[in-house]
Design a protein. Sequence first.
Length: 386
Amino acid sequence: MAKIPAPANQIIPPILNVEYCLYARKSSEDDERQAMSIDSQIKEMTDLASREGFIIKEIRRESHSAKESGQRPVFKKLLEDIRDGMFTGILSWAPDRLSRNAGDLGMVVDLMDQGKLQQIKTFSQSFSNNPNEKFLLMILCSQAKLENDQKGINVKRGIRAKCEMGWRPGMPPIGYYNRAFAGVKDIVIDPDRGHIVAEMFERVARDGDSGRTLKKWLDTCLTTRTGKQVTLSQIYLMLKNPFYYGEFEYPIGGGNWYKGAYKPLITRDIFDQVQKQLIVPKKSKWGGKTFTFKELFKCASCRSLVIGEDRYRKRKYSEPRYHIYYHCTRQKKYGCPEPYITEEKLIKQILRYINFMYMAHPQLFELNNFLKYSMGEYKKMRDEVL
């Protein structure tokens, strides 16, 4: 039978002495997932190369997703080396190991058009600078991109279905845990932490406990799943989490609310009472208030600065009374034992100190009229008391 010659306008150059780079990639950057994937790819392709007599010049590994273009450093360096003539072929387990996006696929095909990439060899197929084979390569890589896009859509649909069933995806907050039994996954109350979380809400709603008061108590009886103490910010996040009364928003900020199928730890009324307790008055602008002795003294116990703040002290049968207090900032020692002091008591202590120093070392002091008047008033008050 006569051999049919190739068309005159189609020139297929022979593939001789192709120097391959074996490229192995796994889909996830997580070391635990598909941990054996790269080693198995390398083993299968090296066995194929030894059977076919291919020359493997170098083996390169990469653990990176191929969804986005130009994000894989090892693959990017491989294309640069092919442009420089270091390799003329690629060995890979499958086309989707090379690309799952249009950008990287376009660069691979462009190298084949330039004649710098002579062949791509997979476990079951071969692609060279041939229109039909390049077309097939683009179809297979495009199919991999389609599967990747559809996978994301399917995952989102599954998450929505799970939310509509009343089960929040992901790790539940402290007080609950995910349970899998007989192929069914649900959310149940943590027997070691659930009752403590419920009591925490009741303390805020009933007694008005602050976040720091709760932290001192929780440090003695509650830990996270990793055994660490619950931080102050975590406490406030828990107090604001509607998951505990049986509703959740997913994704957070998305505006989609679902009714939980799990057992709530608290009622909606208790949650609403806690939210009222968490409301704080609007703070004044920084620097908008002036205090006479602000940051003028340091704490005698921990050497932190002493600052001032004003408060309206509630009284049972009359209007609130305005006071100015000075206290340690506790920057260097949170548990500083020094108490608050009113501005009136602080002024009396300052005048008493100045009076003592003026009597002991009069040559070091030159008092103005205001201080002399204040000291005279202090002496008069002291004589009346004594």
